[in-house]
Write a protein that binds this ligand. Structure first.
Ligand SMILES: [Zn+2]
Length: 314
């Protein structure tokens, strides 16, 4: 490969920027007026995509990272239908324009997931017939096999995109096959639904605590630009979240968190290890093995919010 075809130089880190106003749904009843997917380039080789709240209240974030030999897409959103949610077409366009600037004969795409919940894998099918594409399955076996985990969850594995080697750790707790990805080049830590500015559903609390320990250990000697999860559910007011199912979040918190906030999540999680159900903190709410009544509470607040649209925000 020619030198001028190599965009990555490990001695030259990127300075990612996330000065962006994310699409956040609409108060309009017909839910029109917002693109299905927002594309934000953090740097020339790192892209964040957000699905519109008009399509799914989950409004998940997805991540596309380019390397010299292949790109990886983490997550495929909450909607399968390419007509309403053209993820494949969007990713194809991004790859075509990246290749126009960095031409090479062969280029692969890997489709993988932060974890296997439905709102992160829904559009996998759009990539099934894509040439030069590998899709990692959503189940624990698939994840372990593809990434080469032989000692889950203690082991760290790497994923080489060509000049850009991601470091991946197992972070079960929210989902048994959840992973966290560190990118040394941009410094971003992709934490899936395990750490985000919203509701942290820890269905297996001991596993969740250990996963937070592994995340903290991972970032201890690494430069972290941003901690990036897959949803925003907190409002800008400390400790206040939007109701479950909210389709309009005009005052949501930034997606990006800091390494200090990750430490705070671990401190908070340890402090409520013996308290089941929800515990509110400024930047997130921990659901320690949510019980039926915790889930019913979320659902009824969400339903009320739909019936009483004038109280949209809180
Ligand atoms: Zn999710």
């Amino acid at each position: 490969m020619d030198d001028d075809q190599v965009p990555f130089d490990s001695s030259r880190a990127s300075s990612p920027l996330i000065n962006v106003r994310w699409i956040h749904g609409t108060a309009r009843r017909d839910r029109s007026g917002e693109p299905a997917i927002q594309v934000h380039r953090v740097d020339p080789h790192t892209v964040i995509l957000r699905q519109s709240k008009c399509l799914s209240h989950e409004a998940p974030f997805m991540y596309l990272l380019f390397g010299n030999e292949r790109a990886v897409l983490f997550d495929t959103g909450a909607t399968a239908d390419p007509a309403s949610f053209p993820l494949r077409a969007t990713v194809d366009d991004l790859i075509v324009s990246w290749l126009a600037e960095h031409p090479r004969a062969r280029y692969e795409l890997l489709v993988a997931h932060s974890h296997g919940h439905n709102d992160h894998v829904a559009a996998d099918g759009q990539f099934l017939d894509r040439p030069s594409t590998t899709i990692v399955g959503r189940e624990l076996d698939d994840v372990q096999r593809y990434f080469g985990f032989t000692a889950w969850p203690e082991q760290m594995v790497s994923l080489d995109l060509g000049g850009r080697v991601l470091e991946i750790i197992a972070t079960p707790g929210h989902h048994r096959a959840a992973i966290t990805v560190y990118d040394p080049w941009s410094g971003v830590l992709l934490t899936g639904d395990t750490v985000l500015p919203g509701r942290l559903y820890a269905f297996d609390y001991p596993a969740f605590l250990e996963s937070l320990d592994r995340m903290v250990e991972l970032v201890r000697h690494r430069a972290v630009s941003f901690v990036l999860g897959c949803h925003v559910e907190m409002t800008s007011a400390n400790g206040q979240d939007y109701p479950l199912g909210a389709r309009y979040q005009p005052d949501e918190r930034p997606l990006q968190m800091t390494a200090a906030q990750l430490l705070e999540v671990r401190r908070a999680a340890r402090s409520v290890a013996d308290r089941r159900g929800p515990s509110r903190f400024d930047d997130f709410i921990i659901y320690n093995e949510p019980r039926l009544r915790d889930q019913l509470g979320l659902l009824s607040r969400g339903l009320l919010h739909r019936v009483l649209p004038q109280r949209t925000n809180r």
